[in-house]
Design a protein around this ligand. Sequence first.
Ligand code: IPE
Ligand code: IPE
Ligand code: MG
Length: 229
Amino acid sequence: MGKQSEASRARHVAIIMDGNGRWAKKRALPRAIGHQRGVEAVRELVRNVGGMGLDCLTLYAFSSENWKRPDEEVDDLMNLMRKFIKSDLPEFVANDVRLKIIGDWQGLAPDIVAMLEDALEQTSGGSNTLAVALNYGSQNEIARAAAKAAAIGDVTPEAIAAHLDTADLPPLDLLIRTSGEVRLSNFLLWQSAYAEMLFVDTLWPDFKPAHLQEALDNFAQRERRFGGR
Ligand code: IPE
Ligand code: IPE
Ligand code: MG
């Protein structure tokens, strides 16, 4: 497969990257190593997604509920984030990637906020969007958008959608979750209204670009109805 007709082509795919901990546990390694390998999977995917015809790839990297984890694990995740931005930013710029952050990212540590602001600026001219969900919770996103819609006296689905963090992204076509869990964990609840869903058993560090291509081929076979017939 590979090449799809315009109608069946996925433009916007989002991934709940789950299973780093279990990947490490299976190998009797520390969870931190699982997260490290998870970052490597992200890097490989971003390097290879260019030829897959997407306009936007959205990745769930840290949820607003993930603060509940032990401090040590949260620190590991934040340090990985710092390292990743530093090491991979030049590659994003070179590969025409436009970075976008969704979620309450201003609530992260000040040095990370500063790094992200710089990364957003440096990649603003890119044409393939990589949206990363950081300190993201969908219910909070909807509440913030609804408050803005209410402030202009227009609490309609259209006005709420126009104030979501994803307002400038194409409609979500396909939502993938790895690791065998079948739940949304507060991710893109509004945007998923008519998205296709795919739950795969692969643990995130094992998820390769070929798995994404397989998911896109699977998507292309589906019949979308949006309530019609
Ligand atoms: C996903 O892997 C990474 C984050 C949530 C940051 P997990 O750490 O949730 O891995 P499991 O679910 O425990 O295997
Ligand atoms: C969802 O995974 C969040 C990310 C992948 C960043 P979790 O591992 O946090 O979700 P639950 O707790 O199993 O629902
Ligand atoms: Mg998990």
